[in-house]
Design a protein around this ligand. Structure first.
Ligand SMILES: Cc1ncc(COP(=O)(O)O)c(C=O)c1O
Length: 475
């Protein structure tokens, strides 16, 4: 196939072909092994090869994706993929995402996509409402929590500079002191990565932990002492709502109070934990988020929109614009109520992610999300009860939200052997793929941490976890 212009005649056939394959796949995904087929790595290997001089044409190429491609995929869209914190795509979000690619609008400016821009404005407003954040805050869609941490911490860095009379967006950081950053041991690696990208450096983070799980002890006054030691110089404090290993929460309201009494910016990473605020059953966990200066969450986790999607919110939208604003003679002037989100976001050209975010919120509303969060929390507690009732598994932390941290502990096994046994079992679970989750280290112990975040997941999916793990351990 030479020039794509000659491919027009295949487009309809191709779209129908993929739609049919998707329909079949989605009808089966509940039953498929979460980790995909046993030959997944080999199937991925089939894609090796040189750049073709003459392409194979779209029909043959897409057919390869539907055969080898699907064989090489994991079934993370399904209900038994508990690795990391992985959401699926709700029907409304999936359909909207397809339309996003079909329309292929650039959500940089109103003029490049009135649809994408308006829906982003509406979606950001709805998300603030859903999470109980003040309406006056600014917000923007990103590719995920890492870029949201980057975006929000860039605003924090700008504030920190301005507090000392420097405009970092204009002049950089030359001549300025190191940025003091403080956090509990719950801080996620992506917030540290954001600090690396921002020239603050992840080694700048001072950790205040009271135990091996990373939890902070504010009563010990160490964080306050460090802030007092700055003698009024500005600082950044990072709190985590939903720690990745066991779903723990920093005491956000108290950290906000502390930060603001001592001239610090409070940033909250709530990649999945911010969703606790949707239900009165769990809202207390993330109490005080509205007092922070910046807050972020993920879309592709618990909102269940397709990859990739995240949100960054900032009390003072002017700071986002100070960092991410840009100008070029070919950009039109912003008109009232015609938002141009590129001025608040790291990228210039941007996928219109707002279609999926808007569609899923419009389709299911606050009550739909509340029901899902509460169902997932119930499933996490159900699994925890099964672990407690078993004689060969040990619960390592009471699940607060949707992450269950536990390990295999067959009777009579010495503590010194447990890490290795659990690591081996973790590899067997990944290789087997029936249910899918990996290991972490929690409180110094190798542990599992399945996270429930897919709209499809039910009791049937959670109830097989221990049996599958036990069966693999016995082999
Ligand atoms: C607390 C927290 N922050 C940030 C991230 C990074 O999210 P993403 O992979 O969407 O960038 C995660 C991912 O699990 C997380 O749990």
């Amino acid at each position: 196939m030479p020039d794509p212009i000659h491919d027009r005649e295949h487009l309809s056939e191709l779209v129908t072909h993929v739609a049919e394959a998707a329909r079949d796949y989605l009808a089966r995904v509940d039953q498929l092994p979460a980790g995909g087929t046993a030959g997944r790595d080999q199937a991925a290997g089939h894609f090796a090869g040189e750049l073709p001089e003459d392409g194979d044409g779209s029909v043959a190429t897409v057919t390869r994706l539907l055969t080898d491609g699907v064989q090489a995929a994991v079934n993370s869209a399904g209900p038994r993929f508990f690795h990391f914190v992985t959401g699926g795509s709700t029907p409304a979000a999936l359909a909207a995402d397809w339309l996003t690619s079909t329309l292929d609008n650039n959500a940089a400016l109103w003029v490049s996509s009135p649809l994408g821009s308006k829906l982003e404005q509406v979606a950001i407003g709805w998300l603030k409402d859903l999470f109980g954040l003040p309406r006056s805050w600014g917000g923007v869609l990103t590719t995920g929590a890492t870029m949201s941490n980057f975006t929000a911490l860039a605003a924090a860095r700008q504030w920190w500079g301005e507090e000392q009379g420097s405009n970092i967006a204009e002049r950089g950081m030359s001549g300025l002191p190191a940025v003091p950053v403080m956090a509990s041991g719950f801080i996620h690696a992506s917030a540290e990565k954001a600090l690396s990208m921002l020239g603050i450096g992840h080694k700048a983070v001072q950790l205040f932990t009271s135990d091996s799980t990373g939890a902070i002890d504010l009563a010990a006054l160490a964080l306050e002492g460090a802030l007092v030691g700055l003698k009024g110089a500005p600082a950044i404090v990072i709190a985590t709502a939903g720690e990745v290993n066991a779903g723990g929460f920093d005491p956000i309201a108290a950290m906000a109070d502390l930060a603001h009494r001592h001239h610090a910016w409070l940033h909250v990473d709530g990649a999945f934990g911010l969703f606790a605020r949707i239900s009165p059953v769990t809202a207390d966990l993330a109490d005080g988020v509205e007092l922070a200066d910046s807050v972020i969450a993920d879309g592709h986790k618990w909102l269940n929109v397709p990859y990739d999607c995240g949100f960054a919110f900032c009390r003072d939208a002017r700071l986002l614009n100070a960092v991410f604003g840009m100008n070029a003679p070919y950009f039109p002037a912003t008109e009232a109520d015609h938002p141009d989100f590129l001025y608040l976001a790291p990228e210039m050209s941007r996928r219109a992610r707002s279609l999926a975010v808007w569609a899923t919120l419009a389709a299911y509303g606050r009550n739909g999300y509340r029901a899902m969060i509460e169902r997932h929390r119930g499933l996490a507690k159900r699994l925890a009860d099964q672990i407690r009732a078993s004689s060969d598994f040990e619960l390592l932390a009471e699940p607060r939200l949707n992450v269950v941290c536990f390990r295999y502990r067959p009777a009579g096994t010495p503590e010194s052997e447990l890490d290795q046994i659990n690591r081996r079992l973790g590899q067997a679970i990944i290789a087997d793929g029936t249910v899918y989750f990996g290991t972490t280290v929690y409180g110094g112990k190798v542990a599992f941490r399945p996270a429930i975040a897919n709209w499809r997941t039910t009791e049937r999916d959670v109830d097989i976890i221990l049996d599958v793990a036990r069966g693999l351990a016995d082999r």
